[in-house]
Design a protein around this ligand. Structure first.
Ligand code: ATP
Length: 390
C-alpha cells in the first residue's frame, strides 16, 4: 500500500498543450480518490503520470515519500485498469489473470493460489477456464480487475473502468468496486466523468477543469460547499439551478421574484464582500410544491409562479421543469460552464428551473404552479470569478 503525493505536477505536451497545471494532491495510504471533470480536463494525463506512462514536465511525484518521476512503470509497483479491459482474447480467464505473475516469474503454486484467491473475491471462480469472448461485459471488467489485484500492488489506478457497461451493470459494478477497495484497503486513484461514480465511490473527490484543480474534498463536502460555480454545476444531478440576481440590502431581486435572504446567508455574503450582481444557486431538492409546504414552515422560504413545461414522475418524487420569464444564464461564465459540462440542458443555462417535488404534488404539465424554495439553502456566487460567496 502506498501514499502518493503530487507536488505541483505539470504536463505540457510537445505541441504546447498544457494538460495538467501545478496539481497538488496528497493521497494517504489506503485512500480511494476520484479524479473527475469534463472531457479533456486532464484526468487521464494525471493518471498516466502517476503510472509512469507519461513523463512529468515539472513538479514532483512521490510514492511512499520517494521521488518517482524517473521510475519506470514496473518499479512503481502500481496496477492500472483501463476502460477497454485490455484482456488477451486467446487466453482463458485464468491465464489472463495469471499473466502479470508469470511476467514476474512467480512460481506455479503461488500463481494458482493468487489467481484462485482473486477469482473468489471477484466471483469469477466458475469462469476461470472460459475465454474473455464468452463473458459478459461486467465479467470481463472483473477479470481486468483480477489481473490488477493478483499482484498485490501498492496502488490501483483506474481509468473510467465502467464506462463500457450499460447503466444497470454499471450500478452493480460500482458497488463491487467500492466493496473490493474496502476489502483490500489498497490506495486507489479512479478517473471518471460520471458524477454519480464520483459521489458514491471515493473517500475524496478532486474536481478538475482545464488541467487545474478546482476543489478537493469528500463528496458530501463538495456537494454542500462547492468552492465555485463550476464545482457547484458539476457535482449533483440534476445540477444546481443558477439564476442571476441583484443583491440589495439583504434581499435578492431575480427572475424568481424578490427574496429576503436568511440571516445566515446574509452574514456570509457580507463577510465575503459580495458584489451587487450575483448568481443565485438553488439545488433541485430545495424546491417544493407550495401547496405542500406547511404554514409554519413557509416563512423560511420564498415562492414564485411558473409554468410546468415537463413533469417526470419517478415514483418516489417528481422532477418538474419550469420556464421562467428571463434569460437565466446570461453571464459568460454560465455559458462556458454549460459548454464545459458538455450539456445543452444544464438547468439554468436556458430559462428552465429544475425542481424535485414530493410525489404527493398534484401539479401537472402545463399548469401555472406555485413553487416554494428554501431560502436558507441558497448559495451565492460571484459572476466574474465564479467564487462561492456563501
Ligand atoms: P477524457 O475524459 O475525454 O478522456 P481527460 O480529462 O482524460 O479527457 P486528457 O486525455 O488527460 O483529458 O487530455 C487533457 C488535454 O491534453 C486535452 O486537451 C487533450 O487534448 C490534451 N492531450 C492529451 N494527450 C495529448 C498528446 N499526446 N499531445 C497533445 N495534447 C494531448
Amino acid at each position: 500500500m502506498a501514499e502518493i503525493v503530487l507536488d505541483k505536477v505539470t504536463k505540457r505536451f510537445p505541441d504546447g498543450a498544457l494538460a495538467v497545471s501545478e496539481m497538488d494532491i496528497q493521497i494517504t495510504d489506503g485512500e480511494f480518490v476520484i479524479l473527475v471533470g469534463p472531457s479533456g480536463c486532464g484526468k487521464s494525463t494525471a493518471l498516466n503520470m502517476i503510472a509512469g506512462l507519461e513523463d512529468i514536465s515539472s513538479g514532483e511525484l512521490r510514492i511512499d515519500g520517494q521521488r518517482a518521476n524517473e521510475k519506470t512503470p514496473k518499479d512503481r509497483d502500481i496496477a492500472m485498469v483501463f476502460q477497454s479491459y485490455a484482456l488477451y482474447p486467446h487466453m482463458s480467464v485464468r491465464e489472463n489473470m495469471a499473466f502479470p505473475l508469470r511476467l514476474a516469474k512467480v512460481d506455479d503454486a503461488t500463481v494458482r493460489q493468487k489467481v484462485e484467491e482473486a477469482a473468489g473475491i471477484l466471483d469469477l471462480t466458475q469462469h476461470l477456464d472460459r475465454r474473455p469472448s464468452n463473458l459478459s461485459g461486467g465479467q470481463r471488467q472483473r477479470v481486468a480487475m483480477g489481473r490488477a489485484i493478483v499482484r498485490s500492488p501498492k496502488a490501483f489506478l483506474m481509468d473510467e473502468p465502467l464506462s463500457n457497461l450499460d447503466a444497470k451493470l454499471r450500478g452493480q459494478m460500482r458497488t463491487s468496486v467500492s466493496k473490493l477497495q474496502k476489502q483490500l484497503g489498497t490506495t486507489t486513484v479512479y478517473v471518471t466523468h460520471d458524477q454519480t461514480e464520483a459521489m458514491t465511490l471515493g473517500d475524496r473527490v478532486v474536481v478538475l477543469r482545464g488541467g487545474v484543480v478546482q476543489q478537493i474534498g469528500s463528496p458530501q463536502f463538495l456537494y454542500d460547499h462547492p468552492a465555485n460555480l463550476f464545482v457547484a454545476g458539476f457535482i449533483g444531478s440534476p445540477s444546481m439551478n443558477f439564476v442571476p440576481a441583484t443583491l440589495e440590502q439583504g434581499a435578492l431581486n431575480s427572475a424568481l421574484g424578490k427574496i429576503e435572504l436568511s440571516d445566515s446567508v446574509r452574514r456570509k455574503a457580507e463577510a465575503a464582500d459580495a458584489p451587487r450582481e450575483v448568481i443565485m444557486g438553488v439545488r433541485p431538492e430545495h424546491f417544493e410544491d407550495a401547496a405542500l409546504v406547511e404554514e409554519g414552515h413557509r416563512q423560511g422560504g420564498a415562492s414564485f409562479s411558473a409554468t410546468v413545461d415537463v413533469l417526470e414522475s419517478m415514483g418516489s418524487e417528481k422532477y418538474a421543469y419550469f420556464s421562467v420569464e428571463a434569460e437565466l444564464a446570461s453571464t459568460a461564465e454560465l455559458q462556458e460552464l454549460a459548454a464545459d459540462a458538455g450539456a445543452t440542458d444544464v438547468p439554468g443555462a436556458g430559462s428552465t428551473i429544475v425542481s424535485r417535488l414530493s410525489a404527493a404534488s398534484a401539479v401537472r404539465e402545463g399548469d401555472q404552479a406555485k413553487v416554494w424554495f428554501d431560502v436558507d439553502s441558497v448559495q451565492l456566487f460571484d459572476p466574474s470569478s465564479g467564487r462561492n460567496l456563501t
